[in-house]
Structure formats: structure tokens, C-alpha cells
Write a protein that binds this ligand. Structure first.
Ligand code: GRF
Length: 226
């Protein structure tokens, strides 16, 4: 593929389900707040509702069904091969429910982001909202982070906090957190595309500053970070 320097940066989005975060990127690209092109949306599940939403928006889609591979590494190699022709600048995991191995992570090191619905480093893994409720936490939230081989353990970039209200269930909390997800994920991607954000051996660096273990807290964004 021959690309001119004026080409928009190319995103690949990986999903497993409904794709509401993916939709936030489709909207941000369409309205011009994100100067990028979604080159492809890939699911590991053939019936992911997000595939249809992407196709309706005119975005190329593909499915790499993890059930067709007998190891994580074989699946990751197939995923790499699927993305290669699209030459993504950045790979965005958006509700992608497979654990990736270094086979996939290393070639995209520093260009691979995930969104995780907890205030990392708290609650990596599944059932994050219920775990926050069970622990009696006052706040829950969501974190965008760089992906490294440690599950949900890569350096955080940006976090949004949500107060836990009396009577909250995992579902009511998830719904309020999801609204924040759609706000902060495009911000992190915009930082990356404008070369303000990078992954170093020390952690995530934004505008030359090493970010803390929670990344930028969305509510307290200063104008330097916009
Ligand atoms: C989101 O809550 C995200 O944080 C988690 O999976 C969910 C995906 O939702 N990783 P959607 O498919 O983007 O609607």
C-alpha cells in the first residue's frame, strides 16, 4: 500500500460484542473531532453486533474466530495476518474479550490500547463492577491503558471516576461508567495520533511527562492535556 504523508492515521478496532466504544470512534471520526480513518473492525466472534454496526458505517470488517485455532499464539498470528494489509497506525481494543500474547502485542508495542472498566490497578480481569460494589468502594470507573503482556497491567493513560450511589447494581454502575468510556477513549487516541502520547520503559508519557499509576484523571484535565 502506497501512502502519502497527508494520509489520515489508520485505526484498527478489535471487538467481541456490541461495539458501543467502537461506535464512539466512528462518530468522532465522522464529525472530525478525531482526524483518523477506521481502516478495519475485527471481531473474534462471528455474531458480534458491532460488526453489523461497522458495516453499516461503510467500514471494512473481518472475523478471526478464536475457535478455529488451537492455541492463543496461533490465533494471534492469524489476527496479525488479518490486520497487516490495513497497515494500522494504532490498534484499539474495544470490548475485545481475548487475552493476547506477545505474538500480537510485540509487533504493536506502544501502538496498542485497551479500555478496562475499573480504576486500575484495582480489579484487573472480569466482573469489575460487582467487585467494586462488593468491596464497598465509594467510586468505580474506567481506565484506558497501553497493552503489555501483563493482563490489564500496562501503563494507564487516562481514567474517569464515577461515584457509587446507594442502590447501585452492577448494571446501573456499568451504564454510568460506559458514558465515561465513550468520552475518555477518543481523548487517549487523539493524544496518541497527535504524537503527544507514547509508551516508554518507565511508563506512559504525555507531553514529555511521565504519567502516574492511574494516568490522567479525566475530571481534573488541565488545558495542557487537551
Ligand atoms: C466496555 O465496558 C469495556 O470497558 C469493556 O467491555 C465493554 C465493551 O463494551 N472492556 P462495547 O462493546 O464497547 O459496547
Amino acid at each position: 500500500m502506497v501512502r502519502s504523508p497527508s494520509d489520515k492515521r489508520r485505526l484498527a478496532i478489535l471487538i467481541s460484542g456490541r461495539g458501543s466504544n467502537m461506535q464512539a470512534f466512528i462518530d468522532a471520526c465522522a464529525e472530525g473531532s478525531l482526524p483518523a480513518e477506521i481502516a478495519v473492525v475485527v471481531s473474534n466472534k462471528p455474531d458480534a453486533a458491532g460488526l453489523e454496526r461497522a458495516a453499516k458505517a461503510g467500514i471494512p470488517t473481518a472475523c478471526v474466530n478464536h475457535r478455529n485455532y488451537d492455541s492463543r499464539e496461533a490465533f494471534d498470528a492469524a489476527l496479525l495476518a488479518c490486520l497487516a494489509p490495513y497497515e494500522p497506525d494504532l490498534v484499539i481494543l474495544a470490548g475485545f474479550m481475548r487475552i493476547l500474547t506477545p505474538v500480537f502485542i510485540e509487533p504493536y508495542a506502544g501502538r496498542l490500547l485497551n479500555i478496562h472498566p475499573s480504576l486500575l490497578p484495582k480489579y484487573p480481569g472480569l466482573n469489575t463492577h460487582q467487585r467494586a460494589l462488593d468491596a464497598g468502594d465509594t467510586h468505580a470507573g474506567v481506565t484506558v491503558h497501553f497493552v503489555t503482556p501483563e493482563l490489564d497491567g500496562g501503563p494507564p493513560i487516562i481514567q474517569a471516576k464515577v461515584a457509587i450511589e446507594p442502590g447501585d447494581t452492577a448494571d446501573t454502575l456499568a451504564a454510568r461508567i460506559l458514558e465515561q468510556e465513550h468520552r475518555i477513549y477518543p481523548i487517549a487516541v487523539q493524544w496518541h495520533l497527535s504524537d503527544q502520547l507514547r509508551l516508554t520503559a518507565e511508563g506512559a508519557v504525555l507531553n514529555g511527562e511521565l504519567l502516574s499509576h492511574s494516568g490522567v484523571v479525566y475530571d481534573s484535565l488541565s488545558k495542557d492535556h487537551h
